[in-house]
Design a protein around this ligand. Sequence first.
Ligand code: SF4
Length: 288
Amino acid sequence: MSKSSEWIDAVGRAIREATVALPADVERALREALTSEPSELGRLHLETLLENARVAREEGLPICQDTGTPVFFVRAGAESPWLADIEAALVEATRSATAAIPLRPSAIHPLTDRNVGNVGRGVPVIDWEIVPGREVEITYVAKGGGSENATGLLFVQPGGGAAEIARAVLAHVARVAPRACPPIVVGVGIGGTADRALVLAKRALTRRLDIHHADPAIAALERDLLEAVNGLGIGPAGLGGAATALAVHVEFAFRHPASLPVGVALQCWADRRAAVRIDASGAAEAVL
Ligand code: SF4
């Protein structure tokens, strides 16, 4: 088997895994939310989501009818000898998985609505990050349309510190979370330029839910924001309750003194992701 075929198989398995089985950390977070949810309606909805996840996993069916926009986050070792061939493998894996699983054909022309399945100009979405080393780590995320529509780019008045950023993020989440299929995961990208803030917010969604940022100040902001979001009362499915978000993850970059862009990306409860690592020899393995 050629290296390219091996990667297509491995990435295809990751797409299938993400489509039919919630990651263990997401399922665990939903169970924890169930134990502390004070709203009866909220508990009922969380039980339904967990039952939905169980049936999908056992029957090999998509967790949600919206199998999402396929998005790959690639952390590419600069010294990997395989960089030139990976993008084509991701495209081919998406094409094959669309037919085999199947995925809902969800890529349409922005003007004519012509449907091209899940492969076309700019789709799958591939985000490249060049890092030191010889390994390539590929994280697949299925991005549902409802949660994508809740994305926001905020410009916060510089000088207000973490409190002002938290206030702006909370106001945005309060406005859009009910239509993002809560309980949600909130990705926040602070700083850089406007486009970079949004990329950081999206990358924040690839982190395991139970891992906080290594920077203590950023980790504290994540905890404060999670508590504040869950104090909004939006709850599961927006029907009221405590479990509005399962996690808040923040990434940051340095910024211009006059500009403080903040990207906010939401992921729905169907937080579907799976990862594959390609080592320096070209061998591919699932990342658990
Ligand atoms: S936002 Fe998520 S849970 Fe809601 S319909 Fe889309 S994929 Fe499904």
